[in-house]
Design a protein around this ligand. Sequence first.
Ligand code: NDP
Length: 327
Amino acid sequence: MSEQIERIKCLILGTGPAGYTAAIYAARADLKPIIYTGPLQGGQLMETTDVENYPGYPDGVGGIPMMEDFKKQAERMGTEIRFGLATSVDFNGELHTVTIDGEKKIHADTVIIATGASAKWLGLPSEEKLRMNGGGVSACAVCDGAFYRGLDVAVVGAGDTAAEEALYLANLCPKVHMIVRRDEMRASKVMQKRVLTNKNIIMHWNTETKEVLGEEEVEGVRVVNNQTGGESVIPIQGFFVAIGHKPNTDFLKGWLDMDKLGYLITKPDSTETNVEGVFACGDAQDNIYRQAVTAAGTGCMAALDAERYLSAKEFAESEAAEEAVEA
Ligand code: NDP
């Protein structure tokens, strides 16, 4: 006998602010949402220290407790949370098929994509080697910073993430070398000020990484000044990469419209994708704002769009049934 495929009304992929907010709204609309966590339950905010700009937290909040609050609220509304990663989809036909962890198939009337984005790496072989063997290359100061207490480290990048990482590390490490490829930072003015006035942070402007040094563990980084061509070695024990993110949308290639970076394209003023009944929200779809609060906002929109789509579909089906009876 062939296995019965589970059918659900509303499947949500991803547990960042977008996914949980979509779940809260979908549950309240009685869509009985099921949410799959993805590899990092809680999303990128699980790797963030202080969130000072999310409304409703006047004293700021840690990323981890904030995502715990999102989760509790989604659960209290009736969301079922499951562990698993969506690995492929088949969006042929009205009923959408999503495969979880390469094996379990689910049929969903609506799918909300809230898979977010992941940290980018420089792509150097030495970075890869020392990342894979746990030798001191990381993209998360909050997760790994404590290992480098009292040691010198480097942070690559000059956006808000890099600034946050550097400031976090500056509380633990005597020297935090910031490797910045231009002569200015992209980070917000307030973060720039904090970085530039921190006595433990040393700026290396117009500087690029050539190689992370060390066999088993990071021992230094070889950098080049892109104005003078001069190379130098900075002795460090930890190397943190904070150069932005890539949307987690590879598994949707060929099914959903996306831009050249992989960000999902939605219709104007909507979360609708090119496939009916499939909606996209959060960082998987937003290359411009990329904030927790905007992700939560588009998560809400996606649930409302899904609810309206289902109501219109159910109405059309009941009309068609009535017409068939009358005929
Ligand atoms: P960003 O894209 O804003 O910044 C990436 C940084 O990395 C830039 O300085 C960029 O340099 C640099 N970079 C990119 N590629 C390379 C490379 N190959 N080599 C060296 N440097 C490189 O990403 P973030 O992750 O910092 O931030 C993403 C969004 O999230 C932003 O909108 C940010 O404001 C927000 N955010 C907000 C936070 C908060 O409010 N608490 C915390 C963290 C992020 P260049 O400038 O030359 O392009």
